[in-house]
Design a binder for this molecule. Structure first.
Ligand code: ADP
Ligand code: MG
Ligand code: ZN
Length: 476
């Protein structure tokens, strides 16, 4: 029988914090500025410049640590990680090796019906590097230091995950917690959340871990799932051929669905870490921690509990809605305005999710005002527009944040409740469709549907379907 293998995965996740300014200077952290416009002597590594720690970085890091049940390190400090690379103008990165800000936490994930904890080994604060832009046409490389000095936390998990599904569940959970805290927008595409995947395989049933590789360059959940599968297969093939897995850093090429060796694995010694001499240790007192704890917003688990009590919506819907802070905010605001949580939840669960998928968007990118959704609910409930018109109007709200009252007025979309006008149209539809009329009279209920459809079409969708149905039955 063929050998069975188990995959073992641990993640190193980098998250850019949502501070306005960089970690050691007052330059802007804004994404997408003209190259090298968000720079100063500190973040370009000029001799004689000195770092000053941004307090907000520590507060976000502590907030994330508390939300993931970590122990907060009361006396922590920064260390210098020395290496040369053109995107790193100081020739070292200020990071934390010996006393990371948080340790020994966990997050709970759910895959299928199984709940499990993924332990967090540690979380440390550090600065991001600049960006190299390779111009293959000109055969040159340009450097942009706007990102140099943007604050990061690196969250290192224990090797507790066993499948791509668990990896995705873990990342989604982390992202949700951090977004709820407002500590980062966690966009994989823009690189404000980046995951390196450490993976090894071992024969099922054995205790010892196999040799692992670390994969980089993963910028979507789908790429991460494919990389887990691809790397697992590659390692099993090696072992089956009697070869050894080499501990190394590999680059995942998502187009070729294969990883390529980048460099042999470096360890801490290679970086000649030493305590950062330009910064004093950070003392984190109880009071400060309590202050940060008291400012923590309601997180998903608590929100879900509250929704169960306050709103009569299905558990599944509540989970999806609270799964994204932006969705939950829209839900609560719209429900408060129109007082119809169930209707609001329906719009989010059906049309919003469909449009997000069609437009390849994340819930965080939703840009319509909750007021407009609330107004739409009122318009439908009052029978001023019918359901098919409402769907069309909602799409406009979703894409352009239009005011539905104004839109319905301007486009003449109100349901026609005028019986006289309807009767005129019905007379014509009945005259034009003798076969369907005869079928209905002969007992074919279905034939009525065709006639209703014809009538709705003739009235450009603005008729009240209930009224059309009733009138038709009376008139035939
Ligand atoms: P280093 O300090 O060399 O980067 P760590 O021990 O800190 O290595 O681990 C880095 C990441 O690799 C962690 O997320 C950890 O869970 C994971 N990891 C460690 N050993 C294994 C293994 N054998 N298989 C899979 N992942 C592993
Ligand atoms: Mg590491
Ligand atoms: Zn700067």
């Amino acid at each position: 029988m063929a050998k069975q293998y188990e995959t073992v995965i641990g993640l190193e996740v980098h998250v850019e914090l949502a501070t306005k300014t960089k970690i050691f200077c007052s330059c802007s952290t804004e994404f997408g500025g003209a190259p090298n416009t968000h720079t100063c002597p500190v973040c370009t590594g000029m001799p004689g410049s000195l770092p000053v720690l941004n307090k907000q970085v520590v507060e976000y890091a502590v907030a994330i640590g508390l939300a993931t049940d970590c122990e907060i390190t009361r006396v922590c400090k920064f260390d210098r990680k020395n290496y040369f690379y053109p995107d790193n103008p100081q020739n070292y990165q200020i990071s934390q090796l010996y006393l990371p800000i948080a340790r020994n936490g966990y997050v709970e994930i759910e895959v299928g019906d199984t709940k499990k904890r993924v332990r967090i080994h540690e979380m440390h604060m550090e600065e991001d590097a600049g960006k190299l832009i390779h111009d293959e046409w000109d055969d040159t490389s340009l450097v942009d230091y706007n990102r140099s000095g943007v604050p990061l936390v690196e969250i290192v998990s224990e090797p507790d995950m066993r499948s791509a599904d668990e990896v995705i569940a873990y990342l989604e959970k982390l992202r949700m917690i951090i977004q709820y805290l407002g500590a980062s927008d966690c966009k994989l595409q823009e690189g404000s959340m980046r995951a390196d995947v450490n993976l090894s395989v071992r024969e099922a049933g054995t205790k010892e871990f196999g040799t692992r590789t670390e994969m980089k360059n993963l910028n979507s959940f789908k790429a991460i799932a494919r990389a887990v599968e691809g790397e697992r297969e590659r390692q099993i093939e090696l072992l089956e051929a009697g070869k050894a897995v080499v501990q190394e850093t590999r680059r995942w090429d998502d187009n070729k669905e294969f990883s390529y060796a980048m460099r042999s694995k470096e360890d801490a010694q290679d970086y000649r870490y030493f305590p950062e001499p330009d910064l004093v240790p950070i003392i984190i007192e109880d009071e400060w921690i309590e202050k940060i704890r008291s400012r923590q917003p309601e997180l998903q688990t608590e929100k879900l509990k509250r929704y169960r009590k306050e709103f009569d919506i299905p558990e599944y819907d509540a989970k999806i809605i609270t799964g994204s802070k932006s969705m939950a905010d829209i839900f609560e605001a719209a429900a408060a305005i129109c007082g119809k949580p169930k209707k609001v939840s329906n719009w989010l669960m059906v049309e919003t999710l469909r449009l997000l998928k069609d437009h390849n968007m994340e819930p965080e990118e939703i840009s319509f005002a909750p007021e407009n959704l609330a107004k739409l609910v009122d318009l439908t409930e009052a029978g001023i527009i019918n359901n098919s018109v409402a769907k069309e109007v909602f799409e406009k709200i979703f894409l352009e944040n239009i005011d539905p009252r104004v839109y319905v007025e301007e486009h003449g979309l109100k349901t026609v409740n005028d019986e006289g006008a309807l009767e005129e149209v019905l007379k014509k539809v009945i005259a034009d469709n003798p076969q369907a009329v005869e079928d209905y009279r002969g007992g074919k209920e279905k034939a009525l549907g065709a006639l209703v459809g014809q009538t709705m079409k003739a009235m450009r969708g603005k008729a009240n379907p209930g009224m059309v149905n009733q009138k038709l039955r009376e008139m035939i």
